[in-house]
Design a protein around this ligand. Structure first.
Ligand SMILES: Cc1cc2nc3c(=O)[nH]c(=O)nc-3n(C[C@H](O)[C@H](O)[C@H](O)COP(=O)(O)OP(=O)(O)OC[C@H]3O[C@@H](n4cnc5c(N)ncnc54)[C@H](O)[C@@H]3O)c2cc1C
Length: 136
């Protein structure tokens, strides 16, 4: 059980959720991703796997869960998709991570930092942390 001050700090952290929906149609494009700024559609980007993944068919949309309607075909809902950088976040994270370190926990990655990072950065930070633990 987390101490109440730590749990209160955790409660201040905000994330968004996304729905990733399958569309059974191969679009004619050489793009891997297309970002869609139009507010007329719910999704904000499309991924065309057939352009980089042999044998893939169709494409996928990514939509903020608060904007998506009912699922059409297959849908993957990702509850913890994007950590939000809110005003109170730096202080809450300093407090949570300070407590974690005192208890032998090394905060790592997207959710350990509550930062919007891609997988290359998450893996790089994990390798650095492993090297530093092995040196200690
Ligand atoms: C929709 C979407 C698209 C993305 N596209 C790209 C992309 O194209 N390229 C790219 O580089 N990055 C992309 N990213 C970002 C990438 O997914 C993250 O940067 C990466 O997964 C972060 O790795 P991580 O190890 O920090 O966290 P995660 O991959 O989220 O791993 C954390 C793990 O901890 C587990 N976990 C959580 N709580 C507990 C618990 N209490 N006990 C045990 N296990 C727990 C979770 O189930 C999860 O498996 C995308 C992210 C999203 C959401």
């Amino acid at each position: 059980m987390l101490p109440v001050e730590v749990a209160t700090a955790v409660d201040q952290l905000v994330h968004t959720s996304v729905d990733v929906d399958y569309v059974p149609k191969n679009e004619t494009t050489a793009a891997h991703w297309t970002y869609e700024p139009s507010e007329e559609v719910s999704f904000h980007r499309l991924i065309f796997r057939h352009n980089f993944c042999a044998g893939a068919r169709g494409c996928w949309t990514e939509t903020n869960a608060i904007r998506s309607g009912p699922a059409g075909h297959f849908r993957h809902s990702n509850e913890c998709a994007y950590p939000m950088s809110t005003l109170g976040k730096p202080e809450a994270m300093r407090f949570i991570n300070g407590w974690a370190r005192e208890h032998g926990i090394t905060p790592l990655g997207r959710w350990g930092a509550w930062e919007h990072m891609n997988s290359d950065v998450a893996v790089g930070l994990a390798l650095d942390a492993a090297a530093s633990v092995c040196r200690a």
